[in-house]
Design a protein around this ligand. Structure first.
Ligand code: ASP
Length: 327
């Protein structure tokens, strides 16, 4: 009989059961937990967070589950982790409120669901998933998004439930120095802790999801790149799946996730394309941030031009994580 084991002799290692591959295609999962000057005392929390997220997503993929479910579960774990700028613990806008954005997209069908400026959802990616699965529309904002979620059984919370003291202090500190000279975009106070995931499942389908509280001290109603199709998130089985993090306005202007996916479609390796995309972001609009990119063949790229970026990767053969692409 024997349980699943790894056939080390196969070029592409597969889970094998009684001589038969358990899964027709080797799944891959990559997650990120923000790209910025993550301070030393926050490194461990970031690494734990992305590892936990990768484990949750992998649980889905290793049982033969869909990439779409895997990215949703991975992102939920990071939304629930106060380390990140997603869900509870997110940055506050200039009025001291949490406003969340999220997008999820399925590469096989191009179905997508997005929410913007929601204030009463602990897990905006769950609402985004409901939109993808149950609505003829693609994107809902504010109260309309919350009503849609509530009508489909997702409980609403108070905005205060999403606010933690660390973020109240961070906003106070930021606003106290708001009149100072041009802010240092790489300063620890200007962090980019958005979360995201890309996955390839055993059927060969890819998916992506991104979730964020946006930028610190943002104007109410401001939407960043994260939840916009092709900007902070994209997935198409014919090209690639991508999730970005960083200063949202420059990323939006370049429609960066789609830009990268299209380059993969024209034959470039995701590893190169991710690096190229981040170079383009910096060169063209002086942007900074990071990207994870995965194609339907399981080839991936992780790139950032910030001092650090938290990421984790899981395949049948490999489990790794880091705080910089160079690691
Ligand atoms: N990209 C996000 C935004 O601009 C922020 C981030 O990545 O942390 O809303």
């Amino acid at each position: 009989m024997g349980g699943p084991w790894l056939d080390e002799n196969l070029h592409s290692a597969r889970l094998i059961l009684q001589g038969e591959p358990l899964l027709p295609i080797d799944p891959v999962l990559v997650v990120h937990g923000g790209a910025w000057a993550i301070p030393d005392d926050m490194v461990e929390a970031h690494l734990n967070g992305v590892r936990n997220a990768a484990a949750a997503g992998w649980q889905v993929l290793s049982r033969g589950g869909a990439a779409l479910d895997a990215v949703e579960e991975a992102v939920v774990v990071m939304e629930d982790d106060e380390t990140f700028d997603a869900g509870r613990g997110s940055f506050l806008n200039r009025e001291g409120k949490v406003q969340l954005d999220a997008l999820i997209m399925e590469g096989a069908t191009l179905r997508a669901g997005g929410v913007g400026c929601v204030e009463h959802l602990r897990n905006p990616v769950r609402a985004a998933r409901k939109i993808l699965s149950e609505s003829p529309h693609v994107y809902f904002v504010a109260e309309g998004a919350e009503r849609f979620a509530a009508e489909r059984g997702i409980p609403l919370c108070k905005n205060e439930d999403l606010i933690i003291p660390r973020e109240v202090e961070r906003l106070r500190e930021f606003q106290a120095h708001a009149s100072d000279e041009k802010p240092d975009l790489f300063a620890a106070t200007l962090s980019h802790d958005t979360v995201g995931a890309v996955a390839l499942d055993a059927r060969g389908d890819i998916a992506a999801a991104t979730s964020t509280g946006g930028t610190l001290n943002k104007a109410p109603g401001r939407l960043g790149d994260s939840s916009l199709i092709g900007c902070g998130c994209y997935a198409d089985n014919k090209t690639a799946a991508a999730s970005t993090t960083g200063w949202g306005e420059p990323i939006m202007k370049l429609v960066l996730a789609k830009w990268a996916a299209d380059r993969v479609a024209s034959g470039s390796l995701p590893e190169w394309v991710a690096a190229e995309a981040i170079n383009y972001l910096q060169a063209r609009v002086n942007g900074h941030g990071g990207m994870i990119l995965l194609d339907p063949r399981g080839r991936l790229g992780i790139a950032h031009n910030t001092p650090r970026m938290a990421w984790a990767l899981k395949t049948i053969r490999e489990e790794s994580s880091g705080i910089s692409r160079q690691e």
